[in-house]
Design a protein around this ligand. Structure first.
Ligand SMILES: [Zn+2]
Length: 83
């Protein structure tokens, strides 16, 4: 299994996460997420990370469930980091 990191769609993903895309572009981003495992993992991680940041900024402590999810997502998104 080989997946090419999509530098171009990473940018698209950031805009998608920020809600900066128009309807057409958001649709394209969603289709890409359906077809690209690499970007799907990035997206899941970014979304969970933003959720964590939101909680942290709101002064809430991180839920154990979210912490576990983040670690799992991070491992999935960057399998070589701990090598
Ligand atoms: Zn992609």
């Amino acid at each position: 299994m080989s997946e090419t990191p999509c530098t171009k769609c990473e940018r698209l993903l950031q805009l998608y996460l920020d809600g900066e895309l128009d309807k057409t572009e958001a649709g394209e981003a969603e289709i890409h997420l359906d077809t690209c495992g690499y970007c799907r993992r990035q997206y899941r991680f970014e979304r969970a990370f933003r959720e964590y940041l939101r909680q942290a900024l709101a002064g809430e402590s991180m839920s154990p469930e979210l912490r576990v999810k983040l670690v799992a997502l991070r491992t999935a998104a960057h399998p070589d980091d701990h090598a």
